[in-house]
Design a protein around this ligand. Structure first.
Ligand SMILES: [Mn+2]
Length: 292
């Protein structure tokens, strides 16, 4: 008997964790979103979009079915408890890493990155694409606000193991703190020359273990309207694809996409799903030694 079913997993995948190179987990956690909220709805929306993306990416000349992806569903988070959610995220990410796979985390607000990074060793580079610096000590007395992500990551990995790209929004105090503490960031006005940016990123990540965190507000709101704190102007998706080859120079150990708010735009989850496939496809092409 044939069963005609379509799994509601990322990319319709049915692999087990032990067979996978990349393990998707949703983290539907939103707690501190200061403007528009609702990123808890993003993991399912990104999955839904991913299931409709066809398997052969002609622009990448790559069959996405070559990506060994498993989807373990969503972490059951504890709304109102940063501590409990943090514990669950760290344990889940450790579980994925213990299975020798790269965690691919679907946020949720950007705070999930600050939780996840605790499951990684201190020689990891936290590479964040974000319109905002997110380097506040706390935001309205909340150290796990999404405005503090970079700071929490830096406290775990060391200030020298942080690079934020595309930054165009901060408060004066966090900007001064970041400079004083030696945190590297590439402001958006240094991102206009894509060729120069790609080579700068490539040099920085060369041979390093990289945790890639993409806050979708790094994109121009004309491309990604469904985000919590839109911050024009920003990267266009097409431009981002011109710099993405830097990923081939590093060892990708973790990856997340955060801050999608589906209720404000039905297209942004599609962009997020496509972005995930693009990152993994480029990275996988390097691993396979393919010439593209
Ligand atoms: Mn942001």
């Amino acid at each position: 008997m044939t069963v005609y079913s379509l799994p509601s997993t990322f990319g319709r995948r049915e692999l087990g964790v032990e067979e996978a190179s990349y393990v998707v987990a949703g983290i539907p956690f939103d707690s501190s979103e200061s403007y528009r909220s609702g990123s808890r709805e993003a993991p399912q929306a990104i999955r839904e979009a991913s299931r409709e993306i066809e398997d052969f990416d002609m622009l990448e000349d790559f069959d996405l079915l070559e990506l060994a992806i498993a989807d373990i569903g969503d972490i059951e988070v504890s709304f109102g408890s940063n501590e409990e959610t943090r514990k669950r995220v760290v344990e889940t990410v450790r579980f994925i890493r213990d299975n020798h796979a790269v965690p691919v985390l679907l946020g949720g607000e950007h705070t999930i990155s600050a939780f996840a990074i605790e499951a990684f060793p201190e020689d990891t580079l936290f590479l964040s694409f974000d319109a905002h610096l997110d380097f506040r000590e706390d935001y309205i007395n909340n150290p796990f606000s999404h405005a503090c992500v970079l700071r929490r990551a830096a406290e775990h990995l060391g200030y020298e193991n942080i690079l934020a790209v595309g930054v165009r929004s901060a408060c004066r105090e966090e900007l001064e703190d970041a400079k004083r503490l030696g945190v590297s960031f590439i402001p958006f006005d240094e991102c206009y020359n894509l060729e120069a940016l790609e080579s700068r990123l490539r040099k920085t990540v060369e041979g390093r273990k990289v945790y890639l965190s993409i806050d979708m507000d790094v994109f121009d709101p004309k491309d990604a309207r469904g985000v919590g704190n839109p911050e024009p102007p920003g990267f266009f998706f097409f431009d981002f694809l011109q710099i993405l080859d830097f990923i081939k120079a590093c060892k990708l150990v973790g990856f997340d996409v955060t801050e999608v708010i589906p209720r404000y735009d039905a297209y942004t989850p599609v962009l997020a799903a496509k972005l995930i496939f693009k990152v993994l496809a480029r990275y996988e092409k390097r691993l396979k030694g393919a010439i593209h």
